[in-house]
Write a protein that binds this ligand. Structure first.
Ligand code: AMP
Length: 295
């Protein structure tokens, strides 16, 4: 199908039914649908997912929904950056076909009683510190997959555990969508792009680069032959502590598939970190043994 004849126009939708209809029609016409779920305040990381979707699919759908069920009480749901108009303009400029921006009532009935829950993987790393977080993520993503009949959905490796949890959900529930993981996009100094970076003061922002530095240094040490996970964790902890975070949730070397802690770096492993700076919780990770991108 020629790309030039494929679409009517850009649209912003807030009703699930309308999006479903629109995309089912597109699919009936033989067009493939790529989907990028987001919580908005779009940045270069989201843009790279959109570019990947454009390169693989005829139609690209971006959802913008700050999902309340993935925030625990006391987390930053109210403070989370929201800028829908700007996001819509960015999507339009990038050639996105549909922005789906529902309100909470459209996504959750008052008496909703169904939760999608992935076991095992969700208990580790962030799951141990954010009770119910991944249940909120899998429930909303499962619902979004019902609304957006996507051939391919794109997720960032920046949220590595989330990517693994979604892949497991899709496999276990036989959902007919391919999940593609996309590399982490970083700011000039290496800090991973995140909508939450906007909440950091300039001083705290400059300290937070220690996260990235610890990933690069760990990668280098492993490439030089170090195999003991404890050595990597201790070095990373010392470096991050020196940047005066308000709290370190975890610094872990884990099996890249099971996310369980490993003692030795033999097979595919990942260094994952979650650190709070100035009230803002940042996460990052890197494949050990592979170079860290600087893009
Ligand atoms: P969010 O809006 O933070 O929920 O993220 C929406 C999607 O963008 C998720 O799949 C994230 O993993 C992905 N993402 C967020 N930040 C980055 C980044 N710096 N690089 C690549 N992907 C990202």
């Amino acid at each position: 199908v020629s790309k030039t004849t494929k679409k009517a126009s850009f649209s912003v939708q807030n009703r699930a039914k309308n999006v479903q209809e629109l995309l089912q029609n597109a699919r009936k016409r033989g067009l493939s649908v790529g989907f990028v779920p987001t919580m908005g305040a779009l940045h270069a990381g989201h843009c790279s997912l959109i570019e990947s979707a454009k390169s693989r699919c005829d139609w690209v759908v971006v959802s913008v929904f700050v999902n309340p069920t993935q925030f625990a009480a006391g987390e930053d749901l109210d403070r989370y950056p929201r800028q829908l108009e700007r996001d819509v303009e960015l999507c339009r400029a990038m050639g996105v076909d549909v922005v789906f921006a529902p309100d909470v009532a459209e996504m959750y009935a008052d008496d909703a009683a169904t939760t999608v829950r992935v076991g095992g993987l969700t208990e580790r790393l962030c799951g141990a510190f954010r009770p119910g977080h991944f249940d909120g993520v899998t429930t909303v993503v499962c619902k979004l997959f019902q609304i957006v009949p996507a051939d391919v959905a794109f997720f960032g490796e920046k949220d590595y555990q989330q990517l693994m949890v979604i892949k497991r959900m899709v496999r276990d529930l036989l959902l007919p969508v391919e999940i593609v993981g996309c590399p982490t996009v970083r700011e000039r100094d290496g800090l991973a792009h995140s909508s939450r970076n906007a909440l950091l003061s300039a001083v705290v922002r400059s300290r937070a680069v220690a996260l990235y530095e610890s990933l690069v240094e760990s990668s280098r040490v492993v490439a030089a032959g170090e195999r003991r996970a404890a050595t990597i964790v201790d070095r990373a902890r010392a470096h991050i502590s020196a940047s005066h975070p308000s709290r370190i949730d975890y610094i872990s070397v884990v099996d890249a598939c099971t996310l369980e802690d490993v003692e030795r770096i033999d097979g595919p492993t990942r260094l994952c970190v979650a650190v709070v700076y100035g009230g803002c919780r940042l996460i990052d990770n890197v494949a050990l043994g592979a170079p860290v991108g600087t893009g």
